[in-house]
Design a protein around this ligand. Structure first.
Ligand SMILES: Nc1nc2c(ncn2[C@@H]2O[C@H](COP(=O)(O)OP(=O)(O)O)[C@@H](O)[C@H]2O)c(=O)[nH]1
Ligand SMILES: [Mg+2]
Length: 446
């Protein structure tokens, strides 16, 4: 379902619900005419200027508002756009939208404003996806990446790769067109190496984990024996009394989850049931669930009771970080044996109860996640990574042709395929299904 683009569309651009104000956006050839027929005083409406007035349905005033008309092409869609900032009641918004429709617009579909920006060349496909990413960004990390994408960070990389492939295509053309002047064997060797470098470069910029961290955040599981202080630590980290804390071992049975931001990244903490042999059926289920949560977590934090941590039976999982808790009653403890058993794993002494060492804990978590390679890579969206993989496949096909000493002109097709695949990331030569899929993930008004 690719949208029609020659008519005028309208939608609420702000989130539906009650608010101080709501914004109704109109885009298309009729928008300014429609605005002038419902906004008074209409002669106040000037290009890119916000003005005060009222919306009228015939003789009836509907709302007091601010309005701005924006002549194309300096607008989001590159069409004439009008925004009406009315009071944020869904009833009023509904009335204004109906009035605009009665005057010749039609309701916009989800993502349709951004689609027009794409069709009119204001954004490429990767940038359009960047719009969606920035709208839904949940933390500083995803905001920074989304903004980079929106500003063409991906697009310029794609142009660079395209240039490279185009160069190769012209080398092949030279071999075909001037067989006497160009040595085919030398060109073949050079091309083979160039392809190698290009494939390495593309692969280096693919990082699926980054996208995961942007969307899902990092999962941190607190595990260990009963009474080590996991729930106390969980509560201290999320600054709430979420988990029940008692001195009775086996208190925590269900897994709790809370999310906080550390240095711009979302971390979701999971409090689990203590790992011990148990005959209690509820506790047993809790322990089983905990085992699953521990296995699936991005960062596994082993919490130990500083007054009693020699016995590490029941602990089968390799931790990424170890916390020795209850520092307030034990003072500094020696943990040489622990260091030997878990070589290279950071060990911190903390007091969950007294909230001591929590900043160090946060920094250690951040360091672990950074070391997991989340910041590198220009391509992180699933669609982009798939296209990049297909690009590399096509390039490697070309390499096979070269290794098999087949005529160089045969790699032209593979290079053309590679070119198409990499270009699909920014929306060149993509079919409607892909475009549909990208825009279907937007909501109305975007
Ligand atoms: N002194 C001291 N007691 C703690 C500390 N952390 C937890 N506790 C106590 O240890 C007991 C078990 O704590 P809890 O958080 O329920 O442990 P969990 O079973 O690992 O979740 C409770 O009585 C807590 O008050 C700490 O840092 N210092
Ligand atoms: Mg607990």
């Amino acid at each position: 379902m690719i949208f029609q683009t020659n008519d005028t569309i309208v939608a609420q651009a702000t989130v539906p619900g009650e608010g101080g104000i709501a914004i109704v956006r109109i885009s298309g050839p009729e928008s300014i005419k429609i605005a002038k027929s419902i906004f008074h005083p209409s002669d106040m409406l000037k290009d890119h200027m916000m003005v005060y007035g009222k919306i009228y349905d015939g003789e009836t005033a509907i709302d007091e508002c601010m309005a701005v008309v924006m002549n194309k092409p300096k607008t989001y869609t590159r069409e004439d756009v009008v925004e009406i900032h009315c009071h944020g009641s869904q009833f009023i918004v509904g009335q204004i939208i109906s009035l605009i429709i009665a005057n010749g617009a039609r309701p916009a579909e989800a993502g349709e404003f951004t689609y027009r920006a794409f069709v009119n060349g204001r954004l490429d496909l990767a940038q359009a996806e960047g719009v969606m990413k920035i709208i839904s960004s949940k933390n500083e990390f995803s905001r920074v990446n989304a903004l980079r994408q929106l500003n063409g960070g991906i697009s310029s990389f794609i142009y660079e790769i395209r240039e490279n492939i185009l160069d190769m295509i012209s080398t092949v053309a030279a071999v075909i067109d001037f067989p006497d002047e160009v040595d085919e064997d030398i060109s073949a060797d050079e091309l083979y190496n160039q392809i190698d470098q290009l494939v390495t470069r593309i692969k280096k910029e693919c990082n699926e984990r980054k996208e995961y961290v942007e969307n899902e955040g990092v999962s941190v599981v607190l595990f260990g024996k009963p009474n080590a202080g996991k729930s106390t630590l969980f509560n201290a980290m999320v600054r709430q009394n979420r988990a029940i804390v008692t001195s009775v071992p086996g208190t925590t049975r269900d897994i709790l989850k809370e999310t906080i931001e550390i240095h711009g990244i979302s971390f979701s903490f999971y409090d689990t049931a203590g790992l011990q042999e148990s005959n209690d059926i509820v506790e047993k289920i809790g322990i089983e669930r905990s085992q699953n949560a521990i296995q699936n977590a991005n960062v596994k934090v082993l919490v130990l009771d500083g007054s009693n941590f020699d016995d590490l039976n029941d602990i089968y999982t390799q931790p990424d970080l170890i916390l020795i808790n209850k520092n307030d009653i034990t003072g500094p403890v020696s943990f040489t044996a622990l260091q030997e058993k878990y070589e290279g794993i950071p060990i911190l002494q903390i007091s969950a109860e007294m909230k001591q060492g929590l900043e160090e804990f946060k920094n250690a978590l951040y360091d672990i996640v950074k070391a997991q390679n989340i910041e590198t890579g220009i391509l992180s969206q699933h669609r982009h990574i798939l296209a990049a993989k297909r690009t590399c496949d096509a390039l490697q096909e070309a390499q096979k042709t070269i290794s098999n000493h087949l005529p160089l002109e045969l790699i032209g097709v593979d290079l053309e395929n590679a070119l198409q695949e990499i270009s699909s990331i920014i929306g060149d030569n993509v079919n409607d299904t892909i475009i549909d899929e990208v825009f279907s993930r937007f909501c109305v008004g975007k």
